[in-house]
Design a protein around this ligand. Structure first.
Ligand code: ZN
Length: 59
């Protein structure tokens, strides 16, 4: 049903049409810290995974 589409669906479609990969999730940057996009915890720039929720950008 077309009316059931969400803005997120439209945004993913927008990215896909331009050759971007909508599945990739990166760290958020917040005042020179890395912020976990999953739980919002802040880590220093050396962090590779979230020690709070275990989120891993390469998984
Ligand atoms: Zn986290």
């Amino acid at each position: 049903m077309v009316s059931a589409r969400t803005d997120d669906d439209l945004f993913d479609e927008f990215l896909t049409q331009r050759g971007h990969e909508p599945e990739v999730v990166e760290w958020e940057n917040n005042y020179n810290k890395k912020q976990c996009p999953d739980c919002g915890a802040l880590h220093d720039s050396a962090a590779s995974t979230c020690s709070v929720c275990g989120w891993d950008p390469f998984r």
